[in-house]
Structures are given as structure tokens and as C-alpha cells.
Design a binder for this molecule. Structure first.
Ligand code: PCA
Length: 205
């Protein structure tokens, strides 16, 4: 029997009229990659909602691993994130909420490290011809928020759950609309995510 992967993408936000992570998540829903069958969900760019959505889907799916995807418009590479920090800050979310120095979890650690095999993911991506590097900051916006919530859940409820976050560059489709950001083909972005998922099967859990 295959294991279950909860894969999340995000809806569009700010001046990014398309979010390639949404399309990738939707296209991979139901696929089996390595030893994992994917269940996909698309998160709201909403500080009050995203954490609750994630916890609800964890409850429903009972995943053996969680990978969340986010768009990092302006980045050139696939960047698995190393750490999430306990802060919400940044521009308005899609509901108009603009947090400043908010704590995500009152009792939470300042920072939580990814539970995903991030170095191996980078190695595999580069080995298969796709530029990648570990990122040391997921920012303080929704992506950091969701990564932190997943890792806080794991730490509290299931300390061996491989969970974490991968930022991806814009797709060509988005870059054409946006006008000022580097981009990858949708097929390469999707292939990169599939490579990262396949790496999960190398680890025992
Ligand atoms: N990227 C944003 C939030 C949603 C997304 O896809 C971020 O990097 O925080």
C-alpha cells in the first residue's frame, strides 16, 4: 500500500494573477509518485484561514508526509526552505489583513526546521538538470505561516512526520502577465515538484 502525501498549493495573491502552485497541486492530485499517493489542496492567502485549512486537511487525510508549495515571484531556482519562524508580517493578505510582528503560536518555538530531506531534494533536482538551492528564509508572509503551522503540528502531534515547504519561481504564463520576474516552463516546475516528492521515498518513516 502506498503512503499518503498531502500536497498544498496557494491561490493567486498580490500582483501575481496566477499561482503556478495551484495548477501543479491540482494536476498532481491522485497521482502516485515513488511510494506516495498525492492528495492536493489549495490554500487561501488569508492569515486567519490558512492554518485552520491545513489542520483540517491533515485531520481528514491523515498524511504520512506534507509538502506545501508557494510561489516566490522573482526567485530563479527551486528552493526547499530550511526554516519557518514564529512571526506574521508583510503586505495585505487576500482579505486585506496586514499583520505586523504577530506571533503565530504563543507557546511555539521561535523557529522550526523543515522535516523534509531538503539537501537531497536539491541534489536530485540539480542532478536531473534543474537549478535548485536550499533557502534559509521563507519570509514572514503566508508561506512561512503555513510552513510554521505544519511543523508546529508535527512537533506537537507527530514528531517524525516529514513536513515542510518548497518555494518555486514563476511560470512563463505568470511572467508574461506580470512583466518583471524570471520564469520557468510549467512542465519544468511540475517535474521539479515530482522529483522532490520522489525523494521522500528514500527516507524511512
Ligand atoms: N507565495 C506567498 C504566499 C502564497 C504564495 O504562493 C509567500 O511566499 O508567502
Amino acid at each position: 500500500m502506498t503512503k499518503k502525501l498531502l500536497l498544498t498549493g496557494f491561490e493567486p495573491f498580490l500582483d501575481f494573477s496566477i499561482n503556478p502552485t495551484k495548477k501543479i497541486a491540482e494536476e498532481l492530485n491522485g497521482e502516485t509518485i515513488g511510494g506516495y499517493t498525492v492528495t492536493s489542496q489549495v490554500l487561501s492567502v488569508d492569515f486567519h484561514k490558512a492554518g485552520k485549512q491545513l489542520l483540517q486537511w491533515i485531520d481528514e487525510t491523515e498524511p504520512d508526509a506534507i509538502i506545501s508549495l508557494g510561489l516566490a515571484g522573482g526567485r530563479f531556482k527551486i528552493t526547499p526552505e530550511r526554516i519557518a519562524i514564529n512571526v506574521n508580517d508583510g503586505p495585505k493578505d487576500n482579505q486585506g489583513h496586514k499583520p505586523e510582528n504577530e506571533v503565530i503560536q504563543e507557546d511555539g518555538a521561535d523557529g522550526l526546521f523543515s522535516m523534509l530531506p531538503i539537501s537531497r531534494m536539491v541534489e536530485q533536482l540539480q542532478g536531473q538538470g534543474l537549478p535548485a538551492e536550499v533557502s534559509n528564509t521563507a519570509g514572514t508572509y503566508l508561506c512561512n505561516h503555513v510552513m510554521y503551522q505544519a511543523l508546529h503540528y508535527a512537533k506537537t502531534n507527530n514528531p517524525h512526520l516529514p513536513a515542510g515547504f518548497i518555494h518555486i519561481p514563476a511560470s512563463h504564463e505568470l511572467a508574461i502577465e506580470h512583466g518583471k520576474i524570471p520564469s520557468w516552463s510549467h512542465d519544468d516546475l511540475k517535474r521539479a515538484v515530482m522529483i522532490c516528492i520522489a525523494v521522500l521515498s528514500e527516507i524511512e518513516s
